[in-house]
Ligand binder design. Sequence first.
Ligand code: PHE
Length: 448
Amino acid sequence: MVTMTDKLTQDGFSQKGFILAAIGSSVGLGNMWKFPYITGMYGGAAFFLLFIICLVVAGLPILLAELTIGRSGRGDASSSLINISGKSWWGGLGVISVIGAFMIMSFYAVVAGWTFHYTLISFTGELYRNADYTGTFNAFAGSWTPVFWQAGVMLLCIGILYKGVSKGIEAFNNVLIPLLVIILVILMARAVTLPNAGEGIRFFLEPDFSKLTAKSALAALGHAFFSLSLGMGTMITYGAYVDIKQSLPKGSIAIAGGDLAYAVLAGLIIFPIVFSVGLEPTSGAGLVFMALPNAFEAMPLGSLFSGLFFIVLAVAALTSAISILEVPVAYAVKTWRWSRKKAVWWVGLMCFLLGVPSALAVGGPLSSMIGDKSFFDWMDFIASNIIMPIGGMIVTIFTGYAWKRAGEAAGLHGPMYRVWMFLLRYIAPFLILGIFLYSTGLLDFLFD
Ligand code: PHE
């Protein structure tokens, strides 16, 4: 018998397509832009090691929980919880993630737009006409141009999602993810053969434990979460399109492993480049846009490598952006019963409009502060630091405490099931509480 929900999810992923799409979601600006600069800020290799530990003890179990909820609930991030539990208030909690995804998408598309602009100006050589890269970035971010690029990114995402899951999301990831690997390997070969590359590799891979602090541990945890796209309903939404025969535990390991592999590649590209020209990897969020061009300028065929580098960023951002936008789109389709076409256009348009103030807030016409943050920073702060941990907590509590048949649904039995439950019940909630208190500043007094 084909039920209503079956009908809505008939358009789903193939086994390989699912893994690639989920890796596409997790590998994004988080790996290529945020990971290198926070690793630089928090001391290099020791931070990286912590990140791996967090990925295993908190990321992996929650990833499996989200995918299992989606596949069993066969709904969006909210209705899946209702379908499993039979209680509508769980759905109300799920809506929090849907709102979070909507907010993240609004400014993620802005940053993705920057990477498209940088790809273009790298290839045309315009970026290298004037050696003041900080000035170049500020002049660009301060103009109206980012809005056009943001609109372009939104249109691309709308176009891909419009085609649906297998012909849109899967088809694009099937091409883009292998393309990413090829370009990354080329860039890595270039980076590790630069003069002084060894110093960058050591910074990234030789841990100095004296540099570790409680603060770096919480930052590593928060990043493991962001990097695996958790707490935003993304993996629940993708889980709903997964075939019942596919092994979710194996899939989760492949996704987390893929995410880690891209982080390693990114580190092996960025740190050797940064050290080769004597730059500091601690320069923060501007590392990629303002510091790296100095290094590309110094190498032969620099604009080519710089163009390839920004293409990687743009592609990685795009495959994540479609997974974020799919969360509210799936919600409109499954909970409000909108047609996919209507949902994609309307949700996309609303998201674009919400993102415009962010696009204009980084030194642009709307950069005035609201309290202590710009509009852009508020969006990021509320979505990444408040909603994401709350969304993660809802998933952990639902799977660890409320859902009695989670093990069966995930395909885990015996000792592996007990390890999973132990992590979900007794480890993950406290770690999430830690991230929440830390990233909202409520723990700051401990670090002073
Ligand atoms: N994981 C993505 C990245 O690393 C970001 C993301 C967050 C995607 C939340 C989906 C949901 O850039």
